[in-house]
Design a protein around this ligand. Structure first.
Ligand code: ATP
Length: 359
């Protein structure tokens, strides 16, 4: 199966495991997802939310316990992995240590009995794409982690798969290399013009690489949207917390306030942006530490705070503050002393209001 596709469709895909006590544990609960030609999709969520299970189900490494997967008109969840022919890149590279770089990359073609001259040409082209020409004869052990991961990527793409699946491919690299490799993988994806599904628990990675992010929690999709939307308009409190809205406090809804809503708690009145319909007066306000700024008392959304602890971070500091509506994290530039009284604010557009009490 070599053709590029218009749509990969996951229709209510479920996957359960039976534990030692014989109980059924659901790793994926009715996953619906449409992936379009050439898209870069990130599956994002905390450890254990089912990201790898989803990827393995698409690859054919794990059977589904419910639902189906379609590549255009063809149902593929009934096919073995080699018939699906997707390229896979794992966290641990999984290279053959006794084979040269070129042999590693050419291995899949050899298995497919591609004629030697053609296989060599394609392997070299894949190495060129990942910028490893000149390292052909080396063994994986003679390469850095970043270079080994490039070999793994070349090996995955040399078979010209309709879809490339990557499971936390950068986790074993140091921070600097990880950031370089993000751009590199995006570049390779762009040149291939094939879809990529990329599993990560790293929000920055997903935000910087993906066309669309699928945020998951406990086997259930929470939001599917482009990075800007997931970052700026998280669909629910879970996504908000995961995307950095570390402060969540309970407030009481007062009513409409201009384009936003007014909320109060212990004498503090804020204007915020409603993120969903409200079922009662009990609401939750989510604020990012990075969105806090110093403000003159009396300005819109200003509230009093007292610094409890200050974690110095160079360019800015992470400060634990006490307020009338609870303890918060604030990230502020400039000097702040422990015990100092501050007046802080968060713009109404960055003050997100969700239905229900803060859990
Ligand atoms: P991580 O980032 O830690 O790999 P993940 O989001 O990829 O996490 P999965 O590996 O997909 O999560 O696991 C989802 C759930 O399924 C977890 O609760 C896990 O314990 C369970 N699980 C995964 N594989 C198996 C297995 N072979 N047998 C039993 N349970 C499993």
């Amino acid at each position: 199966m070599k053709h590029n596709f218009e749509q990969l469709r996951l229709d209510s895909v479920s996957r359960s495991f039976t534990n030692a006590e014989g109980q059924q544990l659901a790793a994926l609960r009715g996953l619906d997802l449409n992936i379009r030609r050439g898209e870069f999709i990130a599956l994002l969520g905390p450890s254990g939310c089912g990201k790898s299970t989803a990827l393995n189900c698409i690859a054919g490494l794990q059977p589904l316990t419910g639902g189906g997967i379609w590549l255009d008109e063809q149902r593929i969840d009934v096919l073995p992995p080699e018939k699906r022919g997707f390229g896979m890149v794992f966290q641990n590279y999984a290279l053959f240590p006794h084979m040269s770089v070129l042999e590693n990359v050419g291995f899949g073609l050899k298995m497919q009995r591609v004629p030697k001259a053609d296989a060599l040409r394609r392997a070299k082209a894949a190495l060129q794409l990942v910028q490893l020409i000149g390292h052909d004869g080396k063994l994986p052990g003679q390469l850095s982690g970043g270079q080994q991961q490039r070999v793994a990527i070349a090996r995955a793409i040399v078979i010209e798969p309709p879809l490339v699946l990557m499971d936390e491919p950068l986790s074993n690299l140091d921070t600097k290399l990880r950031i370089e490799m993000r751009a590199e993988i995006r570049r390779i994806h762009g040149q291939l013009e094939r879809a990529t599904i990329y599993v990560t628990h790293d929000q920055d990675e997903a935000l910087s690489m993906a066309d669309r992010i699928v945020v998951m929690k406990e086997g259930v999709v929470q939001q599917v949207a482009p990075p800007k939307e997931v970052y700026g308009r998280p669909k629910n409190l879970h996504v908000a917390r995961f995307m950095g809205f570390r402060n969540v406090a309970s407030f009481t809804l007062e009513g409409q306030q201009g384009e936003g809503v007014a909320v109060t708690s212990n004498g503090v009145r804020l204007t915020g942006t409603p993120m969903e319909g409200f079922n009662s007066k009990n609401v939750s306000v989510a604020l990012r530490p990075e969105d806090m700024e110093r403000a003159a008392p009396g300005t819109e959304n200003a509230f009093d705070a007292q610094a409890e602890t200050v974690e110095y971070g160079g360019r800015d500091s992470l400060i634990r503050v006490n307020t009338a509506f609870g303890k918060l994290w604030a990230r502020l530039a400039g000097e702040v002393a422990e015990g100092e009284r501050l007046s802080l604010r968060v713009a109404p557009s960055r003050t997100l209001v969700y239905d229900g009490e803060a859990p």
